[in-house]
Design a protein around this ligand. Structure first.
Ligand code: DCP
Ligand code: MG
Length: 389
């Protein structure tokens, strides 16, 4: 038998948080198709179906080899009839009719375009679709009522469609670090989300901020955003207060994937020269804090100016919750979901980005590191680069 050629030779665990899922894998030709169906189910408000396709795709990402025949799928968990049919058709014909017709459909393309606007969720996009709107331009043309986030989303649409590179994320890290240290020396900043998992590009840049002295982090966000605003580095920001209360949000609440940290959804104005400087390793933060000249009131076209817009999420966590926040903000989204499902279904525990509650012992389990949380959950530690489920 070929080495790695036989899937029955390895035992594929059924929860994504029990498996190692690298960023690069062997089955993109299948996972991309299943993820189209997952996304389409999400657009149709069918969460169960969406998660089922996403779990199926995720199992294939963890395989150490390329799937060649339907036999390779024997013994694999999470592959429902529908996913198997789609995989079989792709293996036999090179593509799946359902996937291709979904991809081409007006509804799918419209939902993708409209939910791609910062500030627009599935429900709003669906309403616009049913009203006959098809593109961001249609929103402007028909004079739709837009909130502040959506206005910024349209204004910087082209820039925000472009992936953020690791080099750009590193420049933004330097800026955020400078801002945070200016207003609270001793604070700690960590790059989260896809970039922490080793991705080379992302749709945004996520940061987690804390201070080793509990309480020092209170009220930090407005200070950070004021500093950034004074430097002319913010195109948009909306801060939501920390609303976490252990008594209310702990065991009494169903596990919820929205956390309650003080959080800032923002759009940064990133000077392109700073990214080039950084790449040439002669970076200085001074280079990035120059204000912009070519600002235009309506749509921004970054080809014509020296800067681009970048989505940045900032989250402030109390030190005692930092390990949970780190785990919760590293992702992937499916990995997080599976961790919470594992905790609830297999361990009678409730995991959030704030805490881990043990319902059998009726107590909160404290942790200083991610490793300790995996240990409480009875899981082998999976490093961030292997959480690309
Ligand atoms: N997160 C989550 N559930 C959500 C939103 C976020 O678990 N509903 C967590 C996991 C994500 C992290 O926050 O990894 C950051 O969210 P992003 O949407 O930025 O996702 P990524 O950073 O993983 O991907 P991208 O490269 O597209 O930014
Ligand atoms: Mg991200």
């Amino acid at each position: 038998p070929k080495p790695n050629g036989d899937p029955s030779a390895m035992q594929m665990k059924s929860y994504a948080c029990q498996r190692r899922t690298p960023l690069k894998h062997h089955n993109s030709f299948l996972t991309e198709a299943l993820e189209i169906l997952s996304q389409n189910a999400e657009y149709n408000d069918n969460e169960g179906r969406s998660v089922a396709f996403r779990r199926a795709a995720s199992v294939l990402k963890a395989l150490p080899h390329r799937v060649k025949t339907i036999e390779d799928l024997r013994c694999l968990p999470c592959l429902g009839d529908h996913s198997q049919r789609v995989i079989k058709e792709i293996l036999e014909d090179g593509s799946s009719r359902e996937v291709e017709s979904t991809r081409q459909s007006e509804q799918f393309q419209t939902m993708k375009a409209l939910t791609g606007i910062f500030g627009v969720g599935v429900r709003t996009a669906d309403r616009w679709f049913r009203e006959g709107l098809r593109s961001p331009d249609d929103l402007i043309r028909t004079g739709q009522q837009l909130n502040r986030a959506q206005q910024a989303g349209l204004q910087y649409y082209d820039d925000l469609q472009k992936p953020v590179t690791k080099a750009e994320a590193d420049v933004i890290s330097d800026i955020v670090e400078k801002a945070v240290h200016a207003v609270l020396p001793g604070a700690e900043i960590q790059l989260m989300g896809g970039f922490r998992r080793g991705k080379e590009v992302g749709h945004d840049v996520d940061f987690l901020i804390t201070h080793p002295e509990e309480g020092k982090e209170e009220g930090l966000m407005p200070k950070i955003t004021n500093w950034l605003e004074e430097q002319g580095l913010l195109l948009y920001q909306k801060t939501t207060r920390n609303s976490y209360l252990e008594k209310m949000d702990g065991p009494a609440r169903p596990p919820n994937n929205m956390d309650r940290f003080e959080r800032c959804f923002s759009i940064f104005k990133l000077q392109k020269s700073a990214v080039r400087c950084k790449s040439n390793s002669t970076a200085s933060v001074e280079d990035v804090s120059r204000g912009g000249e070519n600002e235009r009131p309506s749509e921004h076209h970054s080809e014509e100016s020296g800067w681009r817009a970048v989505r940045v999420d900032l989250v402030v966590s109390p030190y005692s919750q930092f390990a949970f926040a780190t785990l919760g903000w590293t992702g992937s989204k499916l990995f997080e979901r599976e961790l919470r499902r594992w905790a609830g279904q297999e361990k009678h525990m409730s995991l959030s980005s704030h805490a881990l509650y043990d319902s059998k012992q009726n107590l909160y389990l404290r942790a200083k590191t991610e490793e300790e949380i995996f240990a409480y959950l009875g899981l082998e530690f999976i490093p961030p680069s292997e959480r690309n489920a």
